[in-house]
Design a protein around this ligand. Structure first.
Ligand SMILES: Nc1ncnc2c1ncn2[C@@H]1O[C@H](COP(=O)(O)OP(=O)(O)OP(=O)(O)O)[C@@H](O)[C@H]1O
Ligand SMILES: [Mg+2]
Length: 471
């Protein structure tokens, strides 16, 4: 009898010990260490195989699978169990997105198999990789459908995010190399908000649409599937806004290359291979850069810039890129740099004419007609003109009163026409109008002062808009 009681007592004791051990493990967080210990024991009875997915291939071209994997792994719920995770802001500033830290393992399960992904970072070149650990016994059965599953999930995520475009800008890393930093691209410019000849706009839109459909064609003729545009014209005529409109039209990300931050040819190549397909690569003020480059000793070579423009490096790491170069004047540029094939379409951005003025009036003031329009037209006919941004700013500053807005434009155009004291006169006119009564406009006045300093710089004159597609 005594023995039976002893056994019962022992069983109850064991149950209590197990119970308290579990509570202790959970309360102290030691459960994770315990689980790792169990996994290590299990692992020692298994034969595993390792597969590596590097960020770049041996030719330093970006590996698209790496990007997809990163998206997939960061979307797994098990990321929360990792020892160290990065918290970053999402597209919406209030969103917090989890992303896997270097040297962290995340587990996944698929068709009954357990898969482990280790994120790694090379200390020397700061490039990343993912290492997959999978049981040899599961590999043959699971691997192919598992990667199909990853592709399907990533496509789904990308479809959800389709409208969330990103703007990439050049920034240096700790090793002094140029890298991309991205931020949501929310520029509201569209082809509808750009004041430009409607025929020209339609031509460009259909050019872009036919480019999107031409994958097979480009492949058949052995050319890189890319299209290059040169936007040239005076300051404030809408070149940058046009690039944003293109990005919104195509739903492409924008890579804004700041050549002044790029160290030289190899850095430029590196930046290029890091861009992804379905993107617009923009180089603003190329003429200014080339002019400055000739004065400074630079590690850029003409062929480095040409190769970049040709996008020859993009052939093996996905295509579908649009390249855009902006400049104020193309006359000074070596024609080799703009030869057909290197730059496919030249688009001229002239200073504002009467028809562009009317588009701006519709957009900024919400009016299609006004009794002062004939007067404005006459002034334009006499050869006066301003840039779109100058006129736009005057309209924004006086948006409460279209009449006042148009009068101020007329004043500015006239001053421009006879060339007398533009800055002083227009500032007085704005002060005389009810600027003081609207505190928020003080900013606008400040802006206007800044903008009118452009008057002195402006050199180009009215001309016809033109698009010259190269064969
Ligand atoms: N054609 C246009 N249609 C509508 N708005 C315009 C146009 N051109 C300029 N603007 C307005 O003027 C401002 C400046 O334009 P933008 O920066 O695109 O000019 P830009 O040609 O790139 O000038 P820069 O050569 O100095 O960079 C923008 O806020 C834009 O809204
Ligand atoms: Mg610009």
């Amino acid at each position: 009898m005594m023995i039976i009681w002893n056994i019962i007592f022992l069983i109850i004791l064991i149950i209590f010990v197990i119970f308290f051990f579990r509570v202790f493990l959970f309360k102290t967080g030691l459960i994770h260490t315990f689980n790792k210990f169990i996994t290590t024991i299990q692992d020692s009875f298994q034969v595993y195989q390792y597969l590596k997915v590097p960020e770049f291939n041996e030719n330093m071209q970006y590996n698209l699978l790496y990007g997809k994997l990163s998206l997939y792994l960061n979307s797994l719920p098990s990321i929360e169990d990792s020892d160290c995770i990065n918290l970053v802001t999402g597209t919406n500033q209030n969103d917090i997105v989890l992303s896997l830290h270097a040297n962290q393992t995340i587990h996944d399960s698929f068709l009954g198999a357990r898969l482990f992904w280790l994120s790694q970072q090379n200390e020397l070149d700061r490039t990343g990789s993912f290492l997959l650990k999978i049981r040899k016994a599961d590999k043959r059965r699971v691997l192919r459908p598992y990667f199909n599953h990853i592709h399907a999930i990533v496509d789904e995520i990308e479809n959800q995010r389709k409208r969330e475009l990103r703007l990439f800008i050049t920034a240096g890393d700790s090793a002094g190399k140029s890298r991309w930093r991205s931020t949501p691209f929310t520029h509201p410019s569209t082809f509808e908000t750009i004041a430009m000849e409607s025929d020209l706009k339609d031509k460009i839109k259909s050019d872009l649409e036919s480019f999107l459909k031409a994958k097979q064609y480009y492949r058949r003729i052995g050319r890189v599937w890319k299209r290059s545009f040169l936007l040239y014209g005076p300051s404030g005529t809408g070149k940058s806004s046009f690039v944003a409109a293109m990005a919104n039209f195509l739903s492409y990300d924008v890579y804004d290359v700041d050549l002044s931050k790029v160290k030289g040819d190899s850095d430029l190549k590196f930046l290029f291979v890091e861009t992804t397909p379905k993107s617009i690569i923009v180089v603003e003020d190329l003429d200014r850069f080339i002019e400055e480059k000739s004065k400074l000793t630079s590690s850029f070579s003409v062929s480095g810039i040409q190769n970049f423009m040709d996008g020859i490096l993009s052939t093996c790491c996905g295509e579908e890129r649009v390249m855009v170069f902006t400049m104020s004047n193309k006359e000074q540029i070596d024609p080799i740099l703009l030869r057909p094939g290197r730059v496919d379409v030249h688009i001229h951005f002239p200073v504002c004419d009467f028809s562009a003025f009317k588009s701006l009036a519709i957009n900024y003031l919400g009016i299609k007609e006004h009794k002062l329009f004939p007067q404005v037209e006459e002034i334009f006919r006499q050869g006066s003109s301003l840039s779109h941004s100058e006129i736009g700013e005057l309209m924004i500053a006086n948006r409460d009163s279209p009449t006042r807005a148009i009068r101020s434009v007329i004043g500015a155009l006239k001053t421009d026409g006879d060339g007398r004291g533009s800055e002083e006169k227009i500032q007085r006119q704005i002060r005389d109008d009810d600027v003081d009564s609207a505190p928020e406009r003080f900013n606008t006045v400040k802006d206007l002062r800044r903008i009118y300093s452009l008057f002195r710089k402006r050199s180009s004159r009215r001309s016809q808009a033109s698009i010259s597609p190269m064969p």
